[in-house]
Design a protein around this ligand. Structure first.
Ligand SMILES: N[C@@H](CCC(=O)N[C@@H](CS)C(=O)NCC(=O)O)C(=O)O
Length: 224
């Protein structure tokens, strides 16, 4: 099948979802740690378009973009399928994963870094996006039903990274009363051994995010 290598950064939620998928599939892999402040020729060669992690190398092939990688892994290793078989269900899972990345993660991050008047608006907008995820998980154990899969890994940033964003941004987004199902899913998800095993330490995620947010805020204040 060819050797599998992950070019990644352990503090990245996008890289962590790829590790979860590899572990679920029981695929052995080598982890190549990328210094995002001084990107390696290997990363630039294999992801010249975005220059971002994660990149998976499978033999002589390179696959970039975490959601694309999850689909590649699912197509290549058939055991423990992550995506639904039904075409409509599959397209919904893809749609929601994209929505999660573009609206929920970005919305929460924007709320985290926002200050002053913009903050309340950004918080409301992030909560509105999260409420769509809440509807998807209502009455279910996992997003795809009874088994962990593609959407759980996509939304898997919530227990750790959303908590870190709340801490750094001094705000609350995932209120247990407003989002009971998402909150419960999040608590259960983080207890699963496969998930726990690949999670980076919370303090490191918080420290990294704190540095990144203050860098972005200082850039913004110099522009004014
Ligand atoms: N849409 C991409 C996002 C990947 C991404 O944003 N990776 C970050 C680390 S969390 C990165 O490589 N940042 C380096 C940079 O932007 O220069 C995916 O799903 O893989």
């Amino acid at each position: 099948m060819g050797e599998v290598k992950v070019i990644g950064s352990t503090l990245s939620l996008f890289c962590t979802r790829v590790e979860w998928a590899l572990k679920l599939k029981g695929v052995e892999y080598e982890y190549i740690h990328e210094d995002l402040l001084n990107k390696s020729p290997l990363l630039l060669k294999h992801n010249p378009v975005h220059k971002k992690v994660p990149v998976v190398l499978h033999g002589d092939r390179a696959i970039a973009e975490s959601l694309v990688i999850l689909e590649y892994l699912d197509d290549t290793w058939k055991e423990s399928p992550m995506l639904p078989q039904d075409p409509y269900e599959k397209s919904m899972a893809r749609f929601l994963a994209k929505f999660n990345d573009e609206k929920c993660i970005l919305g929460a991050f924007n709320a985290c870094k926002a200050e002053g008047e913009e903050k309340e608006k950004a918080i409301e907008s992030a909560k509105e996006s999260l409420s769509f995820l809440e509807k998807q998980i209502e009455g279910k154990m996992f997003f795809g039903g009874g088994k962990i899969g593609f959407l759980d890994f996509a939304v898997g940033w919530i227990p750790l990274w959303l908590g870190a964003m709340e801490q750094v941004g001094e705000m609350k987004l995932l209120d247990a009363e407003k989002f009971p199902s998402l909150h419960e899913w999040s608590q259960n998800f983080i207890q699963i051994p496969l998930i726990k095993e690949a999670l980076p330490p919370r303090q490191k995620v918080v420290a990294n995010l704190t540095a990144f947010v203050s860098y972005l805020r200082s850039l913004a204040s110099h522009k004014q």
